[in-house]
Structures are given as C-alpha cells and as structure tokens.
Design a protein around this ligand. Structure first.
Ligand SMILES: Nc1ncnc2c1ncn2[C@@H]1O[C@H](COP(=O)(O)OP(=O)(O)OP(=O)(O)O)[C@@H](O)[C@H]1O
Length: 620
C-alpha cells in the first residue's frame, strides 16, 4: 500500500464528531498537506488528530505500511475500546492518548519490543488494572504520563530513571521502585497505598507485616465467635433504632411544613439567577443533597461564609463577560469579594467538576488570582474570589483616563507582561494535562492589585466549559492554529500572551482588528507587522505610555517578543519558558539600576517617580 492508501484506510476506521476535521484527507491533495499529517522530508512522520471528537477504536494495522511513522497523537478525543496494538509500529517514538475515554486494562505485553519508544502519554483516561510491565522495560523511555487513571497494583521495576514521570491520582500500592525514589513526591500523590521514598510514608518490612499478620489472624480466630454474636446484637439494636426514627419522623412531618419560609431573594440573588421559588426549592434539595448547595471552599484564609451571606450583601455589577456577569459584594466582616457567574459550564459532572476545582485550588502563584470558593449548580456555577483593587488591565488600557487614573507607564507595562508570563509558565508546569492551561488569556482577565502587579483570572477552565461555547467564546479558540487546523496546544496560550503584549504596547483593542465583513481577517499581529520595519515607529505605540527614558531599545525588544509569540506556525513559535527567559534578559543590562521604578511602584512605596531611569523620550 502507498502512504496515501494506508492513510485513507486508517481514515475509514475513524469516527469524528467534527465533520470537517478530515475533509482534507482526500486523494486530490498529497498527504503532507492533510490536516493532522506531519511530514519530514516528504514522508509521513506523524499523525496528530487532537480535539476533533474522535470516537471508536484505532485501526493500527492500516498504519503498518507507513515506514517513516514515528509519532501518533490522538489526545483530547473520545476514544475507547481495546488498547491500540502499537507494538506493530516498532519504530514509533511517541504516543499520545491523553484525555480520552479508555476504560480498559492494558495488556501486559503491549509495548514489547518497542526499542525506540521515548514518550508515552496516557493520562486522564480511566485505564484500570496493573501498569503493563512492558512499559518498564522500554530501553529508551524518557517521558511517561499515567496520572489521572485507575491503575492498581504495584509500580513495576523500571530499568532506568525517567526524565519525566507522573503516576499521581491512581490507586497504586506498595513500594516505589528504587530507581524512581529520587523523583518529586508530587508525581506519586493521590495513590493511597504507595510507600517508600520519595514519599514520607515508610514501607513496612515484609517480616513485620507477616508477623503482624500471623498475630492478628490468631487473635481473629479466637475472637471470631464473639464478633458474630456482637454483630447480631448490633444489627438488632440498629433495626430497633431505625424503626423508632421512622415513627418519630412521620409524626413530625404531620405537624409542621418541610421548610419555614425564607426571606425573599436579594437583588443579587435575582441577578444571580436564584429566584424566590428557586431558592426555596434549592433549600428543599439542600436538605437532601447538602453538597450541591453549599459553597465549596478552596482556601480557608478568608474565613467561612455561606452563599446566602454573599447574596444578601449589597452588590455592584462590575461587568458582563461572555460567560455571565461579575458582581462586587461586601461581606459583613468587611471582606470585599467578587462573585462571577458561569453559564455554559456543563462539560463535567459534579464529581469531575469538584476534582478539577480542587486541582485549581492547589495552585499558588503571585500572579494568579485564586478562587476562594465555588458554588455548583447543574445549569450554572458561581466562583468567588477577592476583589482586586485596581480592576482589569483592559480598563486601564482602554478606559477613561483621569488624574487619578493616568495611562500605565512603560515600567508598569513591562512589569505586567513579566508577571503574566511567569504566571503562565507556572500554569504550564502545574496543569500539564490541559491542552491550553490558561485558555482564556486576555486583558480583561488580567487584574491589577494596589501595586499594579498583575493577577490572572479565569485560567484552567477549558475542560469545564461546554465544547460549543468554548469554541465560540474562549480566547484559545481564536488562535490561528484552531481556526486553520482545529488545534489547540500549549503554545496557543503563548499566542494569547503575544496578542496581550501587542495590546499593551500599542494600546489598541485586539477585537478592533477582526472585521467579519472582510474575507481575510486582519489581526493585531499582522497590523503591527505591516507598520513595524525594525525601528522605532512612533505611530505604533500607545501615546498614553507617556514619557520614557532611553527605553526605546527595550520597548522594541518587547515588541519583537510579542511578534514571535504571535508566530502563526506553532512549531516555530516560542514556548512559554523561552518567553519568560527572553523577558528576564530584556532588562538585564540595567539590572542593579536601583532607580528603575514605575510611577505606580514609586507611589506605592513612597518613592519619587522623578528618579526613574526611563525618561526623556516622549512618545506623545
Ligand atoms: N476579582 C475581581 N476584582 C476586580 N474586578 C474584577 C474581578 N473579576 C472581574 N472583575 C471585573 O469585572 C469585569 C467583568 O469580568 P468578567 O470576568 O465577568 O468578564 P470578562 O473578563 O470581561 O469576560 P470573560 O467572561 O470572557 O472572562 C472585568 O472587566 C473586571 O474589570
């Protein structure tokens, strides 16, 4: 079979929920032009069909004829069925099946003889049973992600240490093999039965276990009869008590209504979609399912309060985004909180939602605004966070300027970019299973605290948002790779960061460039490219950046970084670590220049802004 025949045969086995996803797989075009087919030197090197709602199982036999095939990725789909027989593709170097629906045991020998296999990503499925021993024997294995599954039993003995590994959140037990004992604890978390280094739980020695076992079994047999007698007596007692409770409850119900009337809903209750009848019926449900109506707290440094406390407080609407509105509300203890309503968030059931929120709650970074608590209702969710003093970056860049609210100066803008990039790197390191760990990076989701330090919000939400709404509303789905290839990757966030950098430098609204009437939609990056010829171009920069001081070179460097982040070709685009490094290098030359303070920073710590080293070039 030729490459084209093999791929078309493979296509026959694919069922995709996105009709247009495989449209380009057609004899009219050479396979290297097909979406999802990656070529090297004119031969098919990889197949990457991600986020296209693939279902069913994969016909690996069809791919056996592709001699140059080295990589397969079917991440973020709905695949299930038997584990693909990938050992038939002996030259494969990487396989990505993360975030699918596999709920099977993987046969032991599935990876036998795969001498080139370096990367295996199976995280966030429902794989059960033991980790196949053939994985542990792979001589070149370098990266292994099995987290978020239901693997049981012991971790097999690996032949060597891995560069990257994650076995967290499974049901593994027993000692961690020596060769993995120097790895980070986090990679083994969420497995209650694991012991030994690097975890703090010591393994019991086999001798101790067996002697304890013997002793306990002796005791058990001698106590056996007593236990049976006790169980029978206890069961009888429980039956009697239950009978009494039922009788008492029936009598009580006849005497009084189920719930005493509650006060009517506040205006925020109404705006938050909790109407009178609804809040009553919710209370009734609450009696049955407390977990669905209580606020779930992800942080405890704010003290505990209830949804009713938030909803009863006077509220001010801060703005309405694409998922709902945000309200500022002051609790009786004086804490100022923001409640954000999320519609279109039904992608996950209660348990999955709760699990995801717990993951988000564990994140801790100075440039991320934590969610303090959330409220789960099937049709909508409420997120509670601290009110951030200076509002959004969007408001500062595009809002009304006044004496109290002058435009942001250059050092502040640079500091905001650096903070956002650092926060993004942290998200990428800590939410590695998400295709775009932020997913919704834009200037209204960057808030500024009293020192004008940036705090990102609305991160990590893609898995929770309904797919259609995510595609329609979220920033990640406006990226060129999604528009052209239906792909969202980690670097999609970098594209969002690039647009944000250009917005910060030019003061222009990214949305103002998309004109639905135009066939070739222009975007912010193209507009900048059309004007920027490699040197200082006054018209490009936001007049409101005001006076700077010999910082032209730095501003131009940042502009170049922004443009590199907006590189259309994802492979050529910088990754977030590279962006952070470039940003740190940007000001290296003036490191130690203690006078480099932004107007805002100097206000905050009482230092004069006169000493700032960036002065003299008046952009206006
Ligand atoms: N914690 C907060 N502190 C201060 N202001 C906030 C806070 N959260 C949101 N805001 C303000 O509320 C406005 C509306 O925010 P919201 O998150 O509801 O919508 P958005 O960011 O404009 O769009 P999207 O829903 O797509 O994220 C924002 O512009 C921001 O100024």
């Amino acid at each position: 079979l030729s490459e084209i025949d093999s791929l078309l045969k493979f296509k026959e086995s694919l069922v995709t929920g996105r009709a247009s996803a495989l449209e380009s797989w057609d004899r009219k075009n050479p396979p290297c032009k097909w979406i999802g087919v990656v070529c090297q030197k004119g031969y098919v090197w990889g197949i990457r069909l991600e986020n296209i709602k693939l279902s069913g199982s994969l016909n690996i036999d069809a791919l056996v004829g592709l001699k140059s095939l080295r990589s397969l990725s079917f991440m973020n789909n709905n695949l299930r069925g038997p584990f693909p027989e990938i050992k038939k593709l002996g030259a494969l170097k990487s396989i990505y099946l993360s975030n699918n629906q596999y709920d099977i045991e993987i046969p032991k020998d599935v990876f036998d003889g795969m001498g080139w296999l370096k990367k295996i990503h199976l995280e966030h499925n429902k794989f059960s049973g033991a980790i196949p021993v053939s994985i542990a024997k792979l001589p070149k294995l370098y990266e292994l992600r099995l987290d978020g599954n239901r693997f049981t039993g012991q971790i097999p003995e690996f032949t060597h240490e891995l560069h990257s590994l994650n076995l967290s959140n499974n049901a593994l037990e027993g000692p961690i093999p020596n060769v993995l004992s120097t790895m980070d604890q986090k990679l083994f978390e969420g497995n209650n039965g694991l012991c030994g280094k690097p975890l703090d739980t010591e393994c019991q020695s086999p001798h101790k276990i067996s002697s304890e076992h013997k002793a306990s079994s002796n005791k058990k047999s001698s106590k056996f009869l007593y236990i049976i007698a006790a169980v029978v007596a206890a069961a009888l007692a429980i039956l009697i008590i239950l009978g009494l409770i039922i009788v008492l409850c029936r009598r009580r119900r006849n005497k009084q209504p189920l719930l005493s009337p509650e006060p009517g809903p506040s205006s925020l209750q109404r705006r938050a979609g909790i109407h009178e009848s609804e809040s009553h019926s919710q209370n009734r449900i609450a009696k049955k399912m407390i977990h669905t109506t209580k606020l779930s707290f992800l942080r405890d440094d704010k003290g505990k309060f209830e949804l009713q406390d938030l909803l009863k407080a006077s509220a001010e609407i801060l703005g309405s985004g694409c998922f709902g509105a945000s309200y500022k509300t002051v609790l009786s203890n004086g804490s100022v909180m923001v409640v954000k309503r999320f519609k279109h968030m039904n992608n996950a059931g209660f348990e999955e939602f709760q699990e995801h929120m717990t993951r988000l709650g564990k994140l801790k970074h100075e440039n991320l605004l934590p969610v303090v608590a959330y409220y789960y209702k099937k049709e909508e969710k409420l997120f509670v966070s601290d009110f951030v003093e200076k509002g959004s970056l969007a408001a500062h860049l595009h809002g009304h300027k006044s004496l109290e609210n002058p435009g942001l100066d250059w050092p502040t803008r640079l500091n905001i970019v650096k903070g956002v990039a650092r926060g993004l790197l942290y998200l990428h390191n800590n939410l590695p299973s998400l295709m775009a760990p932020h997913g919704h990076l834009k200037s209204s989701n960057v808030l500024l605290n009293e020192k004008f330090e940036p705090l990102m919000t609305d991160y990590g939400l893609i898995p929770m948002i309904n797919e259609e709404s995510a595609q329609e509303l979220m920033v990640a789905y406006k990226s060129p790779e999604y528009l052209k290839q239906s792909r969202v990757t980690k670097k999609t966030d970098v594209y969002g960061l690039g647009v944000l950098i250009l917005e910060i430098l030019t003061g222009k609204l990214p949305e103002s460039f998309s004109n639905p009437d135009k066939e070739n939609e222009e975007d912010m990056a193209n507009w900048v490219r059309s004007i920027f010829k490699g040197e200082w171009t006054q018209e490009l920069f936001d007049q409101e950046m005001g006076r700077t001081n010999n910082c032209e070179a730095e501003i131009l460097k940042l502009l170049r970084i922004g443009l590199s982040c907006c590189e259309v070709d994802v492979e050529k685009r910088l990754d977030v670590r590279e962006v952070v490094e470039k940003l740190e290098d940007l000001t290296k030359e003036r490191e130690g220049d203690d006078d480099f303070y932004s107007t805002y920073a100097s206000e905050a710590d009482g230092r004069s802004s006169r000493g700032v080293s960036c002065e003299g070039i008046n952009i206006s």
